[in-house]
Ligand binder design. Structure first.
Ligand SMILES: Cc1cc2nc3c(=O)[nH]c(=O)nc-3n(C[C@H](O)[C@H](O)[C@H](O)COP(=O)(O)OP(=O)(O)OC[C@H]3O[C@@H](n4cnc5c(N)ncnc54)[C@H](O)[C@@H]3O)c2cc1C
Length: 410
């Protein structure tokens, strides 16, 4: 057993990885977790299936104010290393759409159970139901305070995540600990989050899910696109394509920019083909009402919305009163549906928090603070966040791995 005593604040993804590596190397490791169970957030990932990594993980999938910081951890813990580590624990993997990787059981609980089993097997001590309130450094030792207790350690790893989805135990305490050692915090904002709209008409579409191309517009300028499902809700829009553009939307809203989402609800059908399809439909409309002739073509709830909002004159009541200009307006509307975004659903429902501990004050080869020797940061608490697709967990594993190896001296 090594003489160093190491405390890890947070029994989530990065804390678990780090604790296993350190304990395997003979270090005495104590993990403090405020929840009554380890890895509660992991259990909620990938809708309970845990999108644990991505076969195509690369630097381009991450965001940070200094993206160079991410390079070393990714090179040390690439997809092959990830696969090796988890298969050794007994976790078989499967790859789904967009190279997303899941446990073969498609159960996030398999991931947590195997990690906890290994951690206990190699001697990690878990102190559950214990929220660390203060981390300080006195007389060459770190002191962790919780309740009326305090304990001394030679090294401390802050793996306490962020305040994204607090109902799972997330907290911003990592930022507080970092600040108390003089660290700068890049202002956190919600990412991979649903978007709110003040557009009253879309509320009638609540529950409608459509495959769309999403174009994000910031201050009237095109910003980025995504393809995938979009779900209308009472508050606004959600779905995979929305999560994909949500980081940029969230950041832009936080600095007061105007955010609009443009939906093409027929991304695989060209304008011309749509026009000819609708023209044919109109010819065969057989005295149908203007709200009924699209029945069987688009979702029932969408029909009234598109007819009322595309610019067709209100006094028309029958389909056969519509003309070519109306069809053109309809097609234009369905391929450029504008939804004004006025907010996000915030940290309450966000999967990730962007921003965090400024990486310019942390060494990327060790995850050690440049301001306080013996203090380390891993996972989401750092100013690194990934796109949707298994990248955030990959970052948690990679940063935990690099941190542990630097302490071990590898
Ligand atoms: C609903 C949801 C779905 C997601 N799905 C995916 C996905 O499919 N794929 C993916 O890659 N990413 C996903 N993510 C993101 C991913 O889960 C996180 O990025 C990752 O878990 C971060 O790991 P971490 O170790 O930094 O923090 P966490 O896993 O959040 O662990 C931090 C731990 O620290 C504990 N803690 C906090 N403060 C204290 C304190 N003061 N004292 C003691 N303990 C403390 C917390 O209770 C928590 O258990 C999802 C997130 C959410 C919310």
């Amino acid at each position: 057993m090594n003489n160093l005593s190491i405390a890890i604040v947070g029994g989530g993804a990065s804390g678990l990885m780090c604790s296993i590596m350190l304990s395997r190397a003979g270090f005495k490791v104590c993990v403090y977790e405020k929840n009554t169970k380890i890895g509660r957030k992991i259990l909620a990932t990938g809708n309970g299936r845990c999108n644990i990594s991505n076969q195509n993980v690369s630097l381009s999938n991450f965001n940070s104010t200094d993206i160079e910081f991410v390079k070393y951890p990714l090179s040390q813990f690439n997809y092959q290393k990830f696969q090796q580590f988890f298969e050794q624990l007994g976790l078989d993997l499967v790859t789904g759409e967009n190279s997303r990787v899941y446990p073969m059981s498609l159960q996030a609980s398999s991931v947590v159970d195997l990690l906890v089993y290994e951690a206990k097997r190699v001697g990690v001590e878990f102190i559950l139901n214990t929220q660390i309130q203060l981390v300080k450094f006195e007389n060459d030792k770190f002191i962790l305070e919780y309740g009326k207790n305090q304990k001394e350690f030679t090294k401390v790893i802050i793996a306490s995540g962020t305040n994204a989805m607090p109902k799972l135990g997330s907290s911003d305490s990592g930022y507080k600990f970092a600040k108390s050692f003089g660290h700068n915090i890049i202002k956190p904002f919600a990412s991979l989050v649903q978007l709110k709209s003040d557009c009253i008409d879309t509320k009638s579409l609540s529950g409608v899910k459509i495959d769309s191309k999403v174009d994000l517009e910031i201050n009237k300028e095109f910003s980025q696109s995504a393809l995938g499902d979009v779900l209308f809700t009472v508050y606004g829009i959600s779905g995979n394509a929305i999560l994909d553009i949500s980081r940029e939307a969230s950041y832009s809203l936080s600095i007061g920019s105007r955010v609009v989402v443009n939906l093409d609800i027929f991304p695989n059908i060209s304008k011309d083909i749509l026009i000819s399809k609708l023209t044919k439909r109109l010819k065969n409309s057989n005295d149908k009402d203007k709200y009924f002739w699209l029945e069987g073509f688009i979702h029932k709830k969408l029909i009234k919305f598109v007819i009322d909002n595309c610019g067709i004159k209100k006094d028309k009541s029958k389909a056969d009163e519509l003309n070519r200009k109306d069809i053109m307006s309809l097609v234009y509307f369905m391929k450029n549906m504008k939804i004004n975004i006025n907010d996000t659903k915030g940290f309450e429902t966000a999967e990730v928090s962007a921003g965090g501990v400024d990486v310019s004050q942390v060494e990327s080869k060790t995850m050690q603070s440049k301001l306080q020797k013996g203090l380390y940061f891993t996972g989401e608490v750092l100013d690194v966040d990934g796109q949707c697709g298994g990248y955030n967990l990959h970052w948690a594993w990679a940063s935990g791995y690099v941190c542990a190896n630097s302490i071990i001296g590898l």
